[in-house]
Ligand binder design. Structure first.
Ligand code: DI6
Ligand code: FE
Length: 411
């Protein structure tokens, strides 16, 4: 048995711990990070290590080569699992066809629903991996994946099973979210409440019984589900002990964020139309604001989320790709950092907190998102001199290596 108190000690690093309250980014220069049992055993100045490096057995000390270490990135809002794609629709829109014409020709979200229903688990897994891999290449260690393109029990559950499987195929933790109330399927047009019944009475209980859902989400919008219908979904989730989150205030203000806050939601997401009352409600309940600049960009929105109000109220701000085939075919979390700064005027530090500390919180995960003693040793080594470079560069990937549970993962 080794007498070393640690499995690995990384030295010769700068570390952006993202622990709030100290230096910007929680930055420590000339730092060391020690790992034991997949957790962080020490993070601090190399000088303050309680052991001399030469006393440690061979192979324990690893040279970081002056790299910057950050927490592993967390993409806390994705729709990674779906069938087909909507590139043709993108092309048609740019050739002058309207969204309505495309929908009448069988396009839009229901086109993805059809393609997803037709896809088996193997092909869903294959296409989801093609989107997951670019995220991992940029240092993502935890990803949330929603259902929502089945809109029938069998396909919704299949999507969630595929999402869970991704964690067996790649070195990543997957958190799953049931989004049965994403859109109204064709067969329930005209009787939305009957579809909400199906979500509440069948999808949620079956997903919960199979342990397939870590949370429940809905799309509260004039083109989707009303606040009353959203409440019913949240009541059903609460009865099953599942936390909730909400697509809220994306295209209009229905008071979705305040509703989510009243249910103690983990997060309310999008929020371009969020008002002061919604901000106050979120601050009171500790609900995270998840901003999704990819969808804002693709839809060419002009109304930005009320970032200043969120800041002043102390609402934690997270960022995510919202990777989906319609409004955000985006598989770069680093690009999200840049978009959040450029489009929403977040600072690079806020942006990085949005894909680490606050993204963890948006998923209800208290063991990651910061590099501090006791947290999971999920981390990324970057070839940059300062953490602002991660948000500043467009299209550059300076990742050197990813650690998951303290182990360098294969690329
Ligand atoms: N908000 C959106 O913008 C997307 N879903 C959502 O809840 C649209 C998804 C799609 O068009 O496939
Ligand atoms: Fe979404």
């Amino acid at each position: 048995m080794s007498s070393a108190p640690w499995d690995t000690v990384w030295v010769n690093l700068s570390v952006a711990t993202m622990v709030p309250g100290g230096t910007p980014y929680g930055l420590i220069e000339h730092a060391a990070v020690a790992v034991v049992g997949g957790r962080i055993g020490f993070v601090g100045r190399q000088l303050d290590l309680p052991l001399r490096l030469h006393e440690l057995p061979d192979g324990v000390v690893r040279d970081g080569g002056g790299a910057l270490m950050t927490p592993g990135l967390i993409d806390c809002h994705t729709h990674l699992v779906y069938g087909g794609n909507r590139a043709r629709e993108f092309e048609m829109r740019l050739q002058g066809q309207s969204y309505e014409e495309i929908a009448r020709a069988g396009g839009g979200i229901l086109a993805t629903v059809r393609a997803t229903r037709e896809a088996d688990a193997v092909s869903l897994t294959r296409s989801a991996l093609s989107r997951l891999d670019p995220l991992l290449a940029e240092g993502v260690t935890t990803v949330e994946v929603k259902s929502g393109y089945g809109l029938e029990t069998e396909t919704e559950l299949r999507m969630l099973r595929v999402a869970r499987l991704l964690a067996h195929e790649r070195p990543v933790e997957v958190r799953t979210t049931l989004l049965g109330a994403h859109a109204v399927p064709e067969e329930f047009q005209g009787d939305v409440d009957a579809y909400v019944d199906l979500v509440c009475r069948e999808m949620l209980p079956l997903a919960a019984a199979e342990g397939l859902a870590d949370a429940v989400d809905a799309f509260c919008e004039t083109i989707a589900f009303s606040p009353a219908q959203t409440s019913r979904v949240f009541e059903a989730a609460r009865a099953l002990g599942l936390p909730v989150k909400l697509h809220a205030e994306q295209l209009s203000n229905l008071g979705g964020a305040a509703l989510a806050a009243a249910f103690g939601a983990l997060s309310a997401d999008h929020l371009e139309w969020l008002d002061a009352a919604g901000v106050t409600a979120m601050a009171r309940s500790g609900t995270v604001a998840v901003l999704l600049p990819g969808a804002f960009y693709v839809l060419r929105e002009t109304r930005v989320p009320p970032v200043d109000l969120l800041r002043r109220a102390g609402v934690p701000i997270a960022l995510a790709t919202d990777c989906n085939p319609g409004t955000s075919p985006l598989t770069s979390l680093l690009l999200v950092l840049n978009m959040a700064c450029t489009l929403f005027r977040l600072t690079p530090e806020e942006a990085l907190a949005g894909v680490t500390r606050n993204a963890a919180r948006a998923l209800g995960l208290a063991d990651r998102g910061e590099l501090r003693q006791g947290h999971r040793a999920d981390a990324v080594l970057w070839r940059v001199e300062h953490p602002a470079e991660l948000a500043y560069a467009i299209g550059l990937n300076p990742r050197i290596a990813t650690l998951r549970g303290g182990v360098v993962v294969a690329d």
